[in-house]
Design a protein around this ligand. Structure first.
Ligand SMILES: Nc1nc2c(ncn2[C@@H]2O[C@H](COP(=O)(O)OP(=O)(O)OP(=O)(O)O)[C@@H](O)[C@H]2O)c(=O)[nH]1
Ligand SMILES: [Mg+2]
Length: 341
């Protein structure tokens, strides 16, 4: 179980461009003075905390970052171009440590905060600057200042965006195991999951999100029956709940009864949890008889809610469910994180 996301990155700011050695050449001025321009500044590398980022997942694939170097100065006092700055977005909440010493050098608490991670080198001065009464023809210029190279460790305490709730055996752990790299224990007896599992989910091109799989809830959970209450706490700060229901269960627990049981427990536990947006998914649609049960479930829902029909085992319907989750999260992104009541 991993609650901390980590990544190692290297950043290299741009070297300053070198100053230029040049002398004026004009038709009627045989020995023109120096006119070498300055080198441009190298680009900075800046880290910025963004509300759009939720995980350090992108750094699994790209960890070396370099800003552009400054252009060299030119004749006729022309300065070199400044190298472009590089901005790297990290999720708010990211802690930046020196990779060697482990020392914390920046703690991003709010979106919008920025940190100059590597300063671009100054451009070198052109030979114009070195002219003096004794030195009329300086044949030298200043080299650009080198950029900085740094290695950082990024750490992010993962907070789940989505909480999977449902009765024991609904397939919650199976689902998190197929949509993320989490490897929870899965078995066909209730209360297989004893502690929550977190997984980072990457669906298509959208921003990855974090899903929590918690132990199954049962009637009386709010009052301490089963493992329930201790773990509802873990989904209080999620943005949405994914309500997973076993569509194959045989009587007396119809999918609707399962749905109502869980919602009743949630409402008894906390009002803010009951108000949280829910996505509903019926699972195990690979098993016989489930389609009829799904139909009956949809018909019985009072409000016309969307119901996803999935099989965590075969993967059917899972991609559609995930893009729906992503869309819902994107829509909630700019709202403040939920606080328990
Ligand atoms: N046929 C079928 N079986 C499934 C599917 N999803 C899960 N199962 C099975 O259902 C059983 C329970 O799955 P789990 O993922 O452990 O269920 P859970 O909701 O995490 O259960 P608890 O941790 O006890 O709350 C296991 O035997 C799974 O193999 C599915 O889509 N189809
Ligand atoms: Mg489980």
């Amino acid at each position: 179980m991993k609650f901390i996301d980590e990544a190692f990155i290297t950043v290299q700011s741009g070297d300053g461009g070198s100053g230029c050695v040049s002398f004026r050449r004009e038709k009627y001025v045989p020995r023109g003075g120096p006119d070498g321009g300055d080198g441009g500044k190298g680009g900075d590398v800046t880290l910025v905390a963004s509300a759009e980022r939720r995980t350090l997942y992108p750094f699994r694939f790209k960890h070396d970052f370099a800003a552009e170097r400054g252009g060299g100065g030119q004749g006729r006092k022309k300065s070199g171009r400044n190298g472009a700055d590089l901005v790297i977005e990290v999720p708010a909440g990211t802690i930046v440590r020196d990779a060697d010493s482990g020392e914390i050098i920046k703690d991003f608490s709010q979106p919008g905060e920025s940190f100059l991670a590597a300063r671009g080198g100054r451009g070198g001065k052109g030979n114009t600057h070195f002219k003096s009464s004794t030195h009329r023809t300086p044949r030298f210029a200043q080299p650009g200042e080198p950029g900085e190279f740094k290695q950082f460790k990024l750490e992010l305490k993962l907070l789940a965006d989505v909480g999977i709730v449902g009765l024991p055996n609904a397939g919650k752990s199976t689902l998190i195991s197929v949509i993320s790299s989490a490897k929870p224990k899965i078995a066909d007896y209730p209360f297989t999951t004893l502690v929550p599992n977190l997984g980072v989910v990457k669906a298509g091109d959208r921003e990855p999100f974090v899903v929590a799989d918690i132990p199954g809830l049962i009637a009386g959970a709010h009052a301490g029956t089963g493992l329930g209450i201790r773990f509802l706490r873990h989904v209080e700060r999620t943005r949405i709940l994914l309500h997973l229901i076993d569509a194959s269960a045989i009587d007396p627990e119809t999918p609707l009864a399962a749905f109502d049981t869980i919602n009743a427990e949630i409402a008894l536990y906390s009002r803010s949890l009951a108000r949280k947006p829910q996505l509903i998914a019926l699972n195990k649609l690979d098993l016989p008889g489930t389609e009829e049960r799904a139909k009956a479930f949809k018909a019985a829902l009072k409000k016309r809610q969307k119901v996803h029909l999935i099989s965590a085992a075969t993967g059917k319907g899972v991609a559609t469910l995930l893009s729906d989750v992503s869309r819902r999260l994107d829509a909630l992104r700019h709202e403040p994180p939920p606080t328990p009541d």
